[in-house]
Write a protein that binds this ligand. Structure first.
Ligand SMILES: N[C@H](CCC[C@H](N)C(=O)O)C(=O)O
Length: 290
């Protein structure tokens, strides 16, 4: 039986999701969110997106975000999604302040978001602490709390080095001399979803340092493939750049992504990572699920 599902399509730097409001609407008639994410993400038979995001009531924070990739897998966090949830919740009066907390599945439990004064399209998110312990990211291999910094990886006879960071979701960062030459298709397709070294899969990122406060970053996302932008990945790219001593802490770094720029800062005092960038609404609509 067909059911009509109201949605809002939003993006952060071109990383677009279908957002369902589970606070003012009842989503209990939807049988499977993973299946719905796969359906709506299809650009020809669905709406076209990088996945599905639910805005839900929370017992621990002001609102709760759940995020599903194109392939239906549920992720622990989504930076671009957090900025768009912040915009949606404020504009739809689901919260009564420009600053509030959003619960995610991330180990950091919740992110604090702040809509910049005078704007509903510029959001700063306190993403909490990066997770660097190998087993927590997770990366397979010797147990222990050591961070994974410039670990060697040989693929088809080619040697690579990566640094691994979790922002609640796992990222492997490869530094390249020129982002245009990053082996994003080769390593993305191989590592993102079923490679044994990454038991939960991994978002595969490529970073080119441009200056002490500027990097280029591109990504093949776990569960969604190449996207225009990845907020948690941009955070991970700056953390990895600092771990590899390419840039310094406490410096706002401009991360240039395919879809635009984010400003990321890893602060020494709090050990938290701050992310600032846009959040845009594309359209409201009704999806006919069959
Ligand atoms: N594909 C990611 C989730 C989406 C993250 C990204 N779109 C962001 O903005 O952080 C994962 O499976 O961990």
């Amino acid at each position: 039986m067909e059911q009509k599902i109201s949605f809002t399509k939003m993006h952060g730097l071109g990383n677009c999701y279908i957002y369902l409001d589970g606070i003012t609407r009842d989503l209990s008639s939807i049988e499977s969110f993973p299946a719905l994410s796969h359906q709506v993400s299809d650009p020809y038979k669905g709406i076209g997106s990088d996945g599905l995001i639910l805005i839900l009531p929370s017992k621990k924070a002001d609102v709760r975000m759940r995020i599903f990739n194109k392939d239906g897998s549920e992720a622990m966090n989504c930076g671009n999604g957090l900025r768009c949830v912040a915009k949606y919740a404020y504009e739809h009066q689901l919260v009564d302040s420009r600053q509030f907390a959003i619960e995610t599945l991330s180990g950091n439990k919740q992110a604090t978001v702040h809509l910049r004064e005078g704007s509903v399209e510029e959001v700063t998110v306190d993403m909490g602490e990066p997770i660097l312990e190998r087993a927590q990211i997770p990366v397979a291999g010797p147990l222990g709390g050591q961070p994974v910094i410039r670990e060697q990886l040989t693929v088809d006879g080619e040697d690579y080095a990566f640094t691994a960071v979790s922002m609640g979701n796992p990222h492997a960062l490869f530094f390249v001399d020129a982002i245009a030459e990053a082996p994003i298709h080769k390593l993305g397709a191989l590592l993102a979803d079923t490679y044994p070294l990454f038991p939960n899969g991994v978002n595969v990122g490529f970073v080119e340092k441009l200056s002490d406060h500027e990097v280029n970053y591109r990504v093949w996302e776990r569960g969604s493939g190449i996207t225009q932008a990845c907020g948690t990945g941009a955070c991970a790219s700056v953390v990895a750049s600092i771990l590899e001593k390419r840039v310094a802490k406490d410096v706002p770094v401009t991360v240039h992504l395919e879809g635009g720029d984010l400003t990321i800062e890893w602060q020494s005092e709090s050990n938290h990572v701050l992310m600032t960038g846009e959040a845009k609404t594309i359209c409201d609509g009704v999806y006919f699920q069959r």
